[in-house]
Design a protein around this ligand. Structure first.
Ligand code: PMP
Length: 369
């Protein structure tokens, strides 16, 4: 196939071309079954083989221990902001680390179901930093502590997940990992539950991944819809209701691609992480040297996945975006709440795409400097 433009969308985001080509080839007849995956019963043997392979491959990719269940759900990450407290907030107390726009939304939604304490709130500083864990005043008696491992809009990422136990907190850690799941390994020993929409590193929108420690599975609060009970969904193998079958199939193709991904002598998630590290270093390195472009986030919490950047001459932003688009560098417009630009560098973005972006920015700066 002809080379496609480089697509920097924050999500729904670019998918690996071999995955799209395989899905296209199998679109009308999946492996001689005479059916599109879209046309299959979710309980039939064909789809059962698809979902169980996807689940196994995802577990293997992330080294996810067997004491976690993987749930394929719907509603996206914003629905999880309610579903999680409806399942876990039995005492009605939740601590939230607000380090960006998405965790702020999580805190607001959880506050409909529980007493929420914002242990950290970096909004006054513009979400540019994460205060050190030693300063967090976590409560000892909460149902869980919520954080967003990567703030997609603000470009702020936890370099590693905190170990709540060493902070004197026995509550489970809940992680919104929508925009950095599968970009790097997580230390699952520190996690109670993680969730994320699929539409960044995993597949098309409409599928939500939930990784939940089996010991946390119990009856939800009475107000919780049965279809959103983690206990029920886990017991039914994500088949309590009809799961988003085609999105699961596509995610499975992405997992296969990721398992075989090679970079710098590495394979699988380690290879993806190495490429993600190199991509981010290339772009931040340029931004920090540039006289025109800049990223305002404190270096040790900068996101590898989402790089917001701004032009010191903000009047040039629209010109930059238009010319970038014409040069085959798509969807670089910043989130509407921030303005400026944002380059999302998910797994499907090769290093060559980031090099092309940096070359273009360098050239733009020369022409307008
Ligand atoms: N959390 C994070 C970190 C996100 O990036 C997003 C989507 N960009 C959401 C939550 C909301 O996801 P959804 O629209 O799938 O509900």
């Amino acid at each position: 196939a002809a080379a496609r433009p480089f697509n920097f969308s924050a999500g729904p985001a670019a998918l690996p071309l071999p995955v799209l080509e395989r899905a296209a080839a199998e679109m009308t007849d999946w492996q001689g079954s005479g059916m599109s995956v879209m046309e299959m019963s979710h309980r039939g043997p064909e789809f059962q083989s698809i979902i169980r392979k996807a689940e196994g491959d995802l577990r293997q990719l992330q080294g996810l221990p067997e004491d976690f269940a993987i749930l394929f759900m719907q509603g996206g990450a914003l629905a999880e902001n309610a579903i999680v407290p409806l399942n876990l907030a039995h005492k009605g107390r939740v601590d939230v680390l607000v380090t960006g726009s998405w965790s702020a939304k999580s805190a607001n939604e959880a506050a409909r179901y529980a007493d929420v304490q914002r242990v950290v709130d970096t909004q006054p500083g513009g979400y540019l930093d994460i205060p050190p864990a030693s300063t967090w005043a976590l409560r000892s008696d909460v149902d869980y502590v919520h954080l967003c491992s990567n703030e997609t809009i603000d470009g702020v990422e936890f370099a590693e997940l905190p170990d709540l136990q060493t902070l004197g907190c026995q509550a489970p850690l809940v992680v919104d990992c929508s925009s950095n799941q599968l970009s790097r390994p997580f230390d699952w020993s520190r996690v109670g539950l993680a969730f994320g929409g699929a539409q960044k590193n995993i597949g098309p929108a409409g599928l939500t991944l939930v990784y939940v420690r089996r010991e946390l599975l119990r009856s939800p609060l009475p107000a919780c819809p049965t279809a959103f009970s983690f206990e029920t969904v886990a017991r039914e193998g994500s088949m309590f209701n009809t799961p988003p079958t085609y999105a699961i199939y596509l995610a499975g193709l992405v997992f296969e691609w990721a398992l075989g991904f090679e970079y710098a002598g590495l394979r699988g998630l380690a290879a993806l992480e190495a490429q993600n590290r190199d991509k981010a270093a290339l772009l931040y390195g340029f931004l920090d040297r540039s006289a025109l472009f800049f990223n305002p986030v404190r270096p040790d919490v900068r996101s590898r996945m989402n790089v917001p950047f701004f032009l010191r001459e903000s009047g040039l932003t629209d010109t930059f975006l238009a010319q970038a688009g014409a040069a085959g560098l798509l969807q670089l417009k910043g989130h509407k709440s921030k303005g400026g630009c944002r380059a999302s560098l998910y797994n499907a973005m090769p290093l060559a795409g980031v090099q092309a972006l940096v070359d273009f920015m360098q050239d733009f700066e020369r022409r307008h400097g």
